[in-house]
Design a protein around this ligand. Structure first.
Ligand code: SAM
Length: 468
């Protein structure tokens, strides 16, 4: 051996001969992408990987074939993608049910599965280069805008998934679900609220810990095995210790300050509001150009921005159209902060602030755009319907109500961000939640809107635009 390398291998490589430690090497693309962006894992790459692994073992090819994951190959719309080397055979849209045929026909008998092979090298290269260029442009744009990298964002929010699972263990939800249960049945069995059960169980589906068909939830095989009473591998008892420690961990900042274990010390209300509006502003500034582009600013004259927070959306519209006037309505504690943001942006002649409660205050009339950015998730269905009625009355004929929020799928089990956000509203509001498009449409229709359009945006929130 020479520095850990077999001499024969080294000679072959130095002579330019292809040398593979295994006869074949399969790469399955496993590149995760943000929600809403197509990628191989979302089209089932991990299930394919497992199925091929099972078939490779069953065919006795374990020591002949190496099976690993790979990063993005730039063919995301055609996934799951598999490449077989050294032959250079590319498969696309592979499903777990294709695994046996790929292993027996190709890996064993040397005949690639023609119906799955993608051999249009020019199209593949064009797609891959196009993907690479778009990715580089997006990264350059993100770098320039100062947007926080995905790695940090994921780290910052990872407590949400952890907390959802720990809560499910604390209330012994997986055992209560048994052979299947609706949220109402599970709520009764666990002695919890139906609202809480519904939000938690939908979020657990998005985390692959439950499945849902129609209104009935089932434990995943993993949840059944590790978290239910009666299973020989039930770890719930021991894991409840982790759940107990979690409560202590929420005092970490104070413990770090004091150097010892402490009782929870709450931040002042003023600091809380300041940080909240700064947090909202961080997100709204990045999304404001998308809103200006989606709505257009040139034909907008009179805007009402309900719960405008830092005013980022009104500010962006005002900058896009010097004729435009916007009025922001927000709580008295927030209004002075909003005024600071408006002054700093230099648009105080166009954007003004009114303090009050949007659920009670009179809005006025004649607006051609009413905006509800990240507002509806704070309120109950009945409150939203009432808000939409008041917005309808405030709009001039032909005026638009724009709602930007995290929209759930029809069965409410995704996207993951929106399901976890619903839990965020459960812990933070009296009756708020993430909602789906059908619910918004129902409330808008009841409020008098007939023309309703959904506009999908990059990132976690989308638009619903209703015209009076
Ligand atoms: C989640 S933030 C969204 C802020 C802003 N629209 C954005 O997207 O950046 C919610 C805002 O609504 C305000 N708000 C909540 N309830 C309100 C109410 N009943 N009346 C007026 N403002 C309210 C909050 O003070 C906060 O500024």
């Amino acid at each position: 051996m020479f520095g850990g390398i077999h001499p024969e291998y080294l000679t072959n490589v130095l002579n330019g001969e292809v040398m593979e430690p295994y006869r074949l090497h399969l790469f399955v693309c496993a590149q995760q992408k943000p929600e809403g962006v197509p990628c191989c894992p979302k089209s089932g790459a991990f299930a394919v990987l497992e199925a091929i692994d099972r078939e490779v073992q069953a065919s006795g090819l374990d020591n002949d074939v190496q099976l690993t994951t790979s990063g993005c190959m730039g063919l995301c719309d055609e996934g799951p993608i598999i490449v077989v080397y050294p032959e250079g055979v590319w498969y696309r849209k592979v499903q777990p049910s294709d695994a046996r045929e790929i292993v027996t026909a190709h890996l064993k008998d040397g005949k690639p599965v023609a119906r799955l092979v993608w051999s249009d090298a020019i199209a593949m290269k064009t797609m891959s280069i196009d993907h690479r260029d778009k990715y580089r442009a997006m990264m350059a744009m993100r770098e320039k805008s100062g947007m926080i990298p995905d790695r940090l964002d994921t780290m910052l929010r990872s407590y949400m998934a952890s907390r959802a699972l720990l809560t499910a263990l604390e209330i012994d939800l997986f055992t209560a679900i048994g052979d299947g249960a609706t949220a109402t049945v599970a709520a009764a069995r666990c002695k919890i609220s139906v609202r809480g059960a519904d939000a938690l169980m939908n979020a657990l589906v998005s985390l692959d810990l439950l499945t849902k068909s129609s209104d009935t939830f089932h434990d995943s095989p993993e949840s059944t095995r590790y978290f239910t009473e009666g299973s020989p591998n039930n770890h719930r008892n021991g894991l409840l210790h982790t759940a107990n420690i979690w409560h202590r961990w929420s005092t970490l900042t104070d413990a770090v300050r004091c150097g010892t274990a402490v009782e929870i010390v709450r931040e002042s209300r003023r600091d809380w509001t300041n940080n909240f509006i700064a947090g909202m502003d961080r997100n709204a500034r990045l999304r404001a150009p998308l809103i200006v582009k989606a709505l257009g600013a040139s034909n907008v004259r009179h805007v009402l921005d309900l719960g405008g927070g830092s005013g980022a959306y009104s500010i962006a519209l005002a900058k896009a159209n010097p004729e435009l006037k916007a009025e922001i309505l927000d709580f008295p504690a927030v209004a002075p902060l909003t005024e600071d943001y408006i002054r700093n942006a230099g648009v105080e002649t166009q954007v003004t602030v009114r303090s009050g409660d949007m659920l009670k205050e009179k809005y006025g009339t004649g607006f051609d755009l009413v905006m509800l950015n990240a507002i509806c998730h704070m309120f109950s269905p009945a409150q939203n319907e009432e808000l939409f009625r008041r917005a309808f009355a405030a709009l001039a004929p032909g005026g638009r109500l724009m709602i930007q929020d995290f929209l759930l799928t029809p069965d409410k089990t995704g996207p993951q961000f929106a399901t976890l956000f619903s839990l965020n509203m459960l812990v933070a509001t009296e009756a708020g939640a993430s909602y789906n498009e059908a619910e918004y449409k129902r409330w808008l229709n009841a409020a008098g809107f007939a023309v309703i359009e959904r506009i999908n945006l990059p990132g976690p929130s989308d638009l619903i635009v209703a015209t009076r």
